[in-house]
Design a protein around this ligand. Structure first.
Ligand code: 5GP
Length: 183
């Protein structure tokens, strides 16, 4: 499959960063880790909208955990290519998750503020456990010291699009991942 050498969206130039083959390989690896850790258990997947829905769709099907439910929550902190610093809950959870083993599925951990806020909110509903799976993790951007439990790719602090990740609503449909071109 031919990958575009570069794409321009809203006047910003992006270069190929991770191919769909690389993504598939690492998603499979994370799915196996989850399947091993939750063998005989019945976890509850919680996908963070909107960016994580592509990753979540591939990840949950690769775990083979056929009885695990999936639900969705939504928080908002980003505008354009940078964080606003404040995290807002936009869609909450309606199910009772007390006593459940929750696996949050996120697209990317940047400052860690969203992850920390979500975990604080969920703990108030008394789940048995909360673990965090992310497609991408930027440890150098952390403002919280938060470390995800499952990581497909650890990356430098670049702005990323594709495979569910957007630039103001655009680029989510791209099967490969692109990084902003440094000028
Ligand atoms: P945090 O709260 O960790 O700073 O940011 C988490 C959210 O910011 C992610 O769920 C995602 O929506 C957005 N975000 C952070 N870094 C990037 C990035 O490189 N690309 C895109 N498209 N969104 C990002």
């Amino acid at each position: 499959m031919q990958i575009e050498k570069q794409v321009i969206i809203d006047g910003l130039t992006f270069e190929p960063y991770l191919t769909r083959e690389q993504i598939a390989r690492e998603v499979e690896r994370v799915a196996k880790e989850i399947a091993r850790d939750y063998e005989g258990k019945d976890p509850y997947f919680l996908c963070v909208l909107t960016g994580a829905f592509v990753f979540a769709s591939d990840l949950i099907r690769a775990t083979g955990l056929n009885e695990a439910p999936i639900s969705f929550i939504r928080y908002k902190s980003y505008e354009g290519t940078s964080t606003t610093g404040s995290v807002k809950k936009v869609i909450g959870l309606t199910d009772d998750i007390s006593g459940r083993d929750i696996i949050i599925i996120e697209d990317i951990v940047d400052t860690g503020l969203t992850a920390r806020r979500m975990i604080e909110d969920l703990r108030q509903q008394n789940p048995a456990s909360v673990k965090f799976a992310t497609l991408l993790y930027k440890p150098e951007s952390s403002q919280t010291g938060f470390t995800p439990d499952y990581v497909a790719f650890t990356i430098p602090p670049k702005f990323i699009i594709g495979y569910g990740l957007d630039l103001d609503g655009k680029a989510r449909t791209m099967p490969d991942i692109y990084a902003i071109k440094e000028s």
